[in-house]
Design a protein around this ligand. Sequence first.
Ligand SMILES: Cc1cc2nc3c(=O)[nH]c(=O)nc-3n(C[C@H](O)[C@H](O)[C@H](O)COP(=O)(O)OP(=O)(O)OC[C@H]3O[C@@H](n4cnc5c(N)ncnc54)[C@H](O)[C@@H]3O)c2cc1C
Length: 471
Amino acid sequence: MRSIVWFRGKDLRVADHGPLVEAAASGEVIPLFVLDPYFFAPERARDLPHRMQFLLASLAELAATLAGLGSRLLVVPGRSVEVVPRLAALWQADQVLAHRWVEPFARERDRRVAAALGRDGVAFRCFEGETLLPPGSVRTGQDGMFRVFTPFARACSARLDLQAPLAAPRRLPPLPPGLPVETVAIPTVAALGLVPNPALQTGGEAAGQGRLRAFVDGALAGYGEGRDRMDQAGTSRLSADLKFGTLSVRTVWQAVAAAAAGADGRAYLNELLWREFSHHLLHAWPELLTQPFRPAFQGFPWREDEATWTAWVEGRTGYPVVDAAARQLLAEGFVHNRARMVAASFLTKHLLLDYRRGEAHYLRWLTDGDWAANSSGWQWSAGCGCDAQPWFRIFNPVAQGQRFDPDGAYVRRWVPELAAYPTACVHEPWKAPAALQAQSGYPAPVVVHALARARFLDTAKAHLGRPALLY
Ligand SMILES: Cc1cc2nc3c(=O)[nH]c(=O)nc-3n(C[C@H](O)[C@H](O)[C@H](O)COP(=O)(O)OP(=O)(O)OC[C@H]3O[C@@H](n4cnc5c(N)ncnc54)[C@H](O)[C@@H]3O)c2cc1C
């Protein structure tokens, strides 16, 4: 049996890798990565600079690891739907093994690859592993999809019977002798026209394993409360590892479950179930990448306003948490979850700007930018998603800052103009002495909280009708 193991950017690891283990057990193995212009054309790569840097580093490490195991990663440019069937024929492969992706465009890619391979009699087998349970498999008693998180999480937990993660292979067979090898070097960040950003998380399986160990030995104890503190390193920072599969979600789940961390451990596993929920939603409703889950939000009268949009993007709204989030995003490709929620709520509710603009901006700059989690995070924040924050709940960015960044350390870090502000007014900088405000150069608020809140509620009520009809 000769197998192509097609690594595809969400499984950049050798541990807990079903396709690799299965291919190695059944004979010859050809590891393949396709540089599809869908992502790797320079003009496309420029749309995802931080993700690309993490991915390329992870890919380079994967290539080195596979070489160390006795094999070789073949990196081939071209459109997957053409390259994979062509190489399968050229290499006389019996099967192509890969991990399944949930996104609609990826499912279409796989459908076309499977059809083309099938015409040549080559099997295409997609393994589960992006999520804990196959998307679409967790269903209500009436065989429908869950629309509310808590019963979904309960049903998931009841069904979870996770095996131990698969060990990484100790050796792999060398490439079949006489194989007509086509391969190119893994591109550098610079070759794709991007400027390397040293502030990003380091990609790769080894770094991911290190982050997991550090979290389980450290911040996991206290996660239940610490996860909301923007000024503390109270979360796992594993989202990019889960996105690119440098760690499998099963590995993370099992490591945290084995730590027997009580309520903190349960709180963490619950977050992994939110990730799971977002993937199951996207599987059931692929249109979520472009449309609000709640039909009542169709045609919502979002404003067009470049001035406030630019202020939000650049971190100059005059609201410290919102501005810190904006600047952290651009600087290090990450934003604390609480700050994401506050910033997204501010964009959609205070500024009345379309959540899809914010969604696209986050997807562009987040290292963990993930279609399922990002779309559900934005729709949750805007109030138009499945089991979302109700539209009439509007975060007060000042109160959120005072509660979850009580000393102002988070906002001072990312908004240095606030460094000298007294803690008492660091989240309400307009209350600082006038001389300090003038000297700092920090902008005045682009909107007044109470007025912006009232404007959103009026607009939403007029568009959505009576809340009782909708929820
Ligand atoms: C507007 C908005 C956009 C978001 N965009 C993304 C995104 O593109 N990619 C992404 O992975 N997460 C996204 N999230 C969810 C969440 O903010 C991040 O997963 C989290 O901040 C990552 O940090 P962490 O790994 O330290 O999280 P931890 O608190 O350590 O959580 C552990 C893991 O659980 C998962 N997780 C946690 N919260 C959520 C959630 N609400 N939804 C789905 N999964 C979750 C992540 O995989 C995370 O790594 C978004 C949230 C919002 C409000």
